[in-house]
Design a protein around this ligand. Structure first.
Ligand code: ASP
Ligand code: MG
Length: 406
């Protein structure tokens, strides 16, 4: 007998039929003697529908009210799923984030979970009930409803699993796990049966969209195993991906996957003086504007001056460019330039720790295809390059091939 937290995403609960199918699956787990807590998203399309509604009424509306509206999507699903379960003689009870008490800070639309009161849930489980919790939402110290950011139900599920000390957090979605790269770009991409939490963390932050990055951060921090499964496959032996502690990963490989992100833009300021305090003068105003910077490269100085390049999300490009132009004028820079047609591509794998030469193999494979590398950054288990966006598909296929991932 185990305590399992399951999360079902929007497509998994997208219609009354789908909700009944989820209820049957939950009941099967319960009938095997497990305690089950279920986290659900809004029905597919609902969060977008609500967002469009608020934009129609008042795009500049208050963030508090936006979260009040957005949280309703999940509230509908928890009620429906509970009703479906009780209709199958499986006792169940639904809770909103406020009712559980999933306490968050008050950063509306991107709140962070601070604490979860697990007592009421444990009491219900002890009474034999399935507990159904609304994903993506919480409540702040003053009782205001908050939401956790798009895709936030994954985070709710992992955070609940941690708070309840669950044996596993299962994320049900419309794919049967994590692949070596996006199968829409490389149809030969392979299914990964298990990988390390740290690898998943890098893959998610480098652009893999299977799991919300915050959820993986949470799981990594608390060592909570996550299993990604398809809610559309009823086969007992259906494939899945277990994201777990490194020691428990079945197969060791040098490169686990190729992740990419086309939502990036590059900015360069040239000819600034090479002295203490310049980096903060350049990046300070960018972060003051709440723009997240990803890669940063500063050149070796020559003649007392240097160049500085960094990347931001493509949506932030125009604003960042404006800010940089201003900084450039203040610092007497030679020029400021930028490009919003770039993409970042990364190879990830814990095996890199013990293998020198992975990076040069990567660079060679790209060079053989005539793909120019504009920026490079590395960590212990990742090598990322920035390239022209138009080569992204080719580069992904090339690297997938070069490291034998098919
Ligand atoms: N319903 C929210 C969204 O669509 C949260 C989630 O699905 O995880 O982003
Ligand atoms: Mg979702």
């Amino acid at each position: 007998m185990a305590l399992i937290v399951q999360k079902y995403g929007g497509t998994s609960v997208g219609s009354p039929e789908r909700i009944k199918a989820v209820a049957e699956r939950v009941k099967r787990w319960k009938d095997k003697g497990n305690d089950v807590v279920v986290v659900v998203s809004a029905m597919s399309g609902e969060t977008n529908r609500l967002t469009a509604l608020m934009n129609d009424v008042n795009p500049e509306g208050s963030c508090r009210e936006k979260d009040v509206i957005l949280a309703t999507g999940e509230q509908v699903t928890i009620g429906l799923l509970s009703m479906a379960l009780t209709g199958m003689d499986c006792p169940a009870i639904s809770y909103t984030g406020t009712q559980v008490k999933i306490l968050t800070d008050n950063a509306y639309s991107k709140a962070r979970i601070k604490e979860i009161d697990s007592n009421p849930i444990n009491e219900d489980l002890a009474e034999g009930k399935v507990v159904v919790v609304a994903g993506f939402q919480g409540v702040d110290d003053d009782g205001n409803i908050t939401t956790l950011g798009r895709g936030g139900s994954d985070t709710t599920a992992v955070a609940l699993a941690v708070a309840l000390e669950a044996d596993e957090c299962q994320i049900y979605t419309d794919v049967d796990g994590v692949y070596t790269t996006d199968p829409r770009v490389v149809p030969e991409a392979s299914h990964i049966p298990s990988l390390a939490l740290e690898e998943m963390l890098e893959m998610a932050s480098q652009g893999s969209k299977v799991l919300q990055i915050r959820a993986v951060e949470f799981a990594y921090k608390y060592n909570m195993p996550i299993r990604v499964l398809s809610s559309f496959d009823d086969d007992e032996n259906a494939k899945s991906t277990l994201v777990t502690r490194e020691e428990e990963v079945m197969e060791k490989v040098m490169v686990r996957g190729v992740a990419f992100n086309r939502d990036e833009a590059q900015l360069t300021i040239s000819g600034v003086s090479d002295q203490p305090g310049v980096a903060v003068k350049i990046l300070g105003p960018i972060s003051d504007a709440n723009i997240e910077v990803d890669m940063i490269v500063q050149n070796i100085g020559s003649d007392g001056s240097t160049d500085f390049t960094f990347t931001v999300h493509r949506n932030d490009y125009d604003q960042a460019k404006k800010i940089l132009n201003q900084t450039g004028a203040e610092l007497g820079a030679r020029s400021c330039s930028g490009d919003d047609r770039i993409a970042k591509i990364s190879i990830v794998g814990v095996g890199m720790r013990s293998h020198a030469g992975v990076a040069s193999e990567m660079f060679k494979a790209l060079a053989d295809e005539g793909i120019n590398i504009r920026m490079i950054s590395t960590s212990e288990i990742k090598v990322s390059v920035v390239i022209d966006e138009k080569y992204l598909e080719l580069a992904t296929r090339t690297l997938h091939d070069a490291f034998d991932m098919a």
